[in-house]
Design a protein around this ligand. Structure first.
Ligand SMILES: [Zn+2]
Ligand SMILES: [Zn+2]
Length: 222
């Protein structure tokens, strides 16, 4: 069966996300998704908490800050340390029983892997709804995926609930985490999606600034 899954979502367990864990499932259903992957920066505790609390399909994942750019591990139960080189990061993901996705390989303002992508990765995130400039990123990422002959996936990289589902991957698999990651690594998937609208991005930036302002006021009260 074909499953519609947003493979790149951050909860507030990531320092830069506004999404409360309980909002993930609510918005995912609202967007008509069959599942999500929670991929917080360098930690898995938020993802594991959500998987335990819901019957909705949630793939526990992590977005690892490797020495050469961000790498997503899917179907991961324990954190992989940051600041390792790409090969070592991939070894750790595979030892933990996960699959590796080169996320936003071509993007400005964020760490991207570019020439560090190799056929050792299971998939490339060719559509990342938060990528800037979006069209350039999709085009260049597609070129890398077809040159290396590896699977293509998509995710929203949502940090604010209304951003969930702007991109998703259609995966041809049974709705079980192990089956889904196996299908992705075999290339039984295709990426869909578009850029997050500017107004939504601006709202998120405003809310992040507001949160920073309020927390700095709180700490100066002491
Ligand atoms: Zn990233
Ligand atoms: Zn991300």
């Amino acid at each position: 069966m074909k499953l519609k899954i947003d493979l790149h979502i951050h909860t507030c367990y990531s320092y830069d996300s506004l999404i409360k864990p309980k909002e993930v499932v609510f918005y995912a259903k609202k967007r008509g998704l069959d599942g999500v992957a929670i991929t917080d920066h360098d930690r898995v505790d938020g993802a594991l908490k959500v998987t335990k609390k819901t019957d909705f399909l949630v793939i526990p994942g992590i977005e690892i800050s490797s020495l050469h750019g961000h790498i997503i591990g899917l179907n991961i139960q324990e954190a992989v340390p940051p600041r390792l080189d790409v090969d070592e990061t991939l070894d750790r993901i595979y030892e933990a029983g996960g699959i590796a996705v080169a996320c936003h390989p071509v993007i400005f303002f964020k760490e991207s892997l570019k020439e560090h992508i190799s056929p050792r990765f299971d998939a490339i995130e060719v559509i990342n709804s938060s990528a800037f400039p979006f069209n350039h990123s999709v085009k260049r990422s597609e070129e890398i995926a077809s040159r290396l002959g590896i699977a293509r996936v998509a995710g929203s990289d949502a940090h604010y609930s209304p951003e969930i589902g702007y991109a998703y991957t259609l995966v041809n698999a049974e709705p079980e985490v192990d089956e889904i990651v196996k299908a992705i690594s075999k290339g039984l998937c295709s990426p869909y999606g578009r850029a997050i609208p500017l107004i939504t991005r601006l709202k998120r930036e405003f809310l992040v600034l507001k949160r920073k302002f309020l927390s700095s006021r709180k700490s100066s009260d002491f």
